[in-house]
Unconditional design. Structure first.
Length: 70
């Protein structure tokens, strides 16, 4: 099991995956908005999305778990 974490604080502008989706290493899984910039969140490992911990519009902190993969 692995976790996809945020690299900076910001608003979760868009989720690009949902529970049950398969993701590949290096794939964008979400977009954060911070200081009017869009920052992609990338999966460092491949797997199946087991759980999405946040919803679009939520604020996230740096190094917060966003998605759990199995």
């Amino acid at each position: 099991m692995s976790e996809v974490k945020t690299m900076m604080a910001g608003n979760l502008w868009k989720l690009l995956v949902k529970e049950g989706d398969t993701v590949e290493e290096g794939q964008d899984v979400a977009i954060l908005e911070s200081m009017k910039m869009e920052i992609p969140v990338v999966a460092e490992e491949g797997g199946t999305v087991k759980e999405v911990k946040k919803q679009e519009g939520d604020f996230v902190d740096e190094d917060e778990v966003l998605i759990i993969l199995e």
